[in-house]
Design a protein around this ligand. Structure first.
Ligand SMILES: *[C@@H]1O[C@H](CO)[C@@H](O)[C@H](O)[C@H]1NC(C)=O
Ligand SMILES: *[C@@H]1O[C@H](CO)[C@@H](O)[C@H](O)[C@H]1NC(C)=O
Ligand SMILES: *[C@@H]1O[C@H](CO)[C@@H](O)[C@H](O)[C@H]1NC(C)=O
Length: 448
């Protein structure tokens, strides 16, 4: 059958073009796809039958009645207007490869075939190539659906195209080492590949890695993929929940917070160095005291473990009755304090009377004197004297600090006492202290 055809072809060649070169062309028999706006190459080589003749190459657009030239390497004047300037030959040994630039929709769904001045593939080989024009691009992103922080991973992007001499370019939006490769996957089809060696960082978890493909017509197409980066717990912290102020003696819930992927599934709690039996995210600390050891937690996921810093629960002074304050203090302390406090006694009295007569309504910016610190016997070296609107008041200054309290602010008063909220110079947490009513000072003074 093939042999018969060969002989028949030879007869045709010699019958029609006696003594001339009988050409044969190799070009794809299956359809070629081309992207609108891009370019397409239809691979082709010619085989001179006897000599490597004076090859002029012509490409034809097939038509049942009369085919038209879309490329003529000798004389472009005979080329159809729609193709003129857009078609060219791709150089190479015995190449008759046709390139069409700026592919239009109208170029598609048509048959083309190569030839020369004397004959053509349709006549000698009864073949054409079908051009399929599409606006669908074939871009793929290959990546692991799960990566681990710090462990290099390869992300691959491929873009198929039909234009070997002007491949699309591939870019990444993430840093890393890039390796490019271009392979011809079949006749007329190429695959442009870019490999990114990416080292995941936990901050990128949930973000998109994008491969941007730019085709010769300047069109950008993005192929995104989401990064799922697993990492050991970060930023592990312990915090009291539900309340702003933790009062001494109360129960408080504390929570262990962290960032982790996947979510942490194991909690450990420590009080000081001692491990607690609790294993939940939240624990309740009963009857908190101001001198409690700090709490810390440790969490774990399948990637690793994270630990919080030892964290002190900020506990406020309990509001104590005035006798509770006085009794633990030594007589000496009280006496010296009273001696120092005495000059301001009248100032106090005046203030206090004003308050009680006012149904203990607080004047928000008054300054008061702090008299006794409950758990310290003789911690005060000096009184710091301040002037307020209606008199001079005195603040206790702690020996080892410049000023123990930044401010003494009246919060509320009841049962003849004044409660002030003091702001510790070295803590952002306000603590409450109770000041002695002026009457108590007077009573004690008389007793001593
Ligand atoms: C990755 O995704 C594929 C398909 O969605 C799934 O079959 C596979 O289990 C996933 N791998 C992991 C490690 O989650
Ligand atoms: C890979 O190709 C892109 C364009 O496609 C280019 O910008 C980049 O420099 C290339 N990288 C390497 C390592 O060749
Ligand atoms: C975690 O801690 C780091 C450093 O301590 C900090 O830069 C980052 O913002 C924290 N992340 C979050 C989500 O709080």
């Amino acid at each position: 059958m093939n042999a018969v055809k060969q002989i028949y072809l030879l007869l045709i060649c010699q019958g029609f073009y006696l003594g001339s070169v009988c050409q044969e062309w190799t070009f794809p028999s299956r359809a070629i796809s081309a992207l609108i706006g891009s370019c397409v190459e239809i691979p082709c080589t010619y085989h001179p039958a006897r000599t490597s003749g004076t090859s002029s190459t012509v490409w034809y657009l097939y038509h049942r009645l009369k085919s038209s030239e879309i490329l003529n390497s000798r004389d472009s004047s005979s080329v159809m207007a729609e193709y003129r300037g857009r078609t060219s030959l791709v150089p190479g040994e015995n190449s008759c490869t046709l390139r069409i630039d700026n592919v239009r929709r109208d170029d598609g769904s048509k048959n083309y075939y190569p030839g020369d001045r004397n004959t053509d593939a349709y006549r000698t080989q009864s073949r054409t190539v079908y051009l399929h024009v599409t606006d669908e691009v074939n871009i793929r992103l290959y990546m692991s659906n799960v990566t681990t922080e710090g462990e290099a991973t390869i992300i691959r992007c491929t873009a198929d195209h039909t234009c070997g001499s002007s491949p699309p370019s591939l870019r990444w939006n993430k840093p890393g080492q890039v390796k490019n490769k271009s392979v011809e996957i079949s006749e007329g089809y190429w695959r442009e590949q870019s490999e990114l060696t990416y080292i995941p960082s936990y901050v990128e978890d949930g973000s998109h890695v994008k491969c941007t493909v730019t085709y010769p017509n300047g069109e950008d197409i993005e192929e995104p993929g989401m990064l799922n980066i697993e990492y050991a717990p970060k930023n592990v912290t312990v915090a009291a929940i539900g309340i702003d102020e933790v009062m001494e003696g109360s129960d408080v819930k504390i929570q262990c917070n962290s960032f982790a992927n996947p979510a942490v599934d194991d909690y450990e709690w420590y009080k000081g160095k001692a491990k607690l039996p609790d294993t939940g995210r939240e624990i309740t600390v009963r009857k908190v005291t101001r001198d409690m050891e700090p709490y810390s937690c440790a969490v774990r996921n399948r990637v690793g473990r994270g630990e919080s810093a030892p964290t002190e629960i900020p506990v406020q002074y309990k509001v104590l009755s005035s006798t509770n304050i006085i009794i633990p203090a030594t007589i000496g302390t009280i006496f010296s304090l009273l001696l120092l406090a005495l000059p301001t006694y009248f100032c106090w009295r005046k203030k206090f009377q004003k308050l009680t007569s006012n149904e203990t309504k607080a004047s928000p910016d008054a300054t008061y004197t702090d008299l006794i610190k409950r758990d310290i016997e003789n911690d005060y070296e000096q009184f710091k004297t301040e002037t307020c609107a209606d008199g001079t008041y005195t603040d206790l200054v702690k020996r080892d600090m410049e000023s123990a309290y930044e401010e003494l602010k009246l919060k509320s008063g009841k049962e003849g006492s004044v409660i002030v909220q003091v702001q510790h110079a070295q803590s952002s947490v306000p603590r409450e202290k109770k000041l002695l009513p002026a009457e108590h000072i007077a009573t004690l003074t008389m007793g001593t």
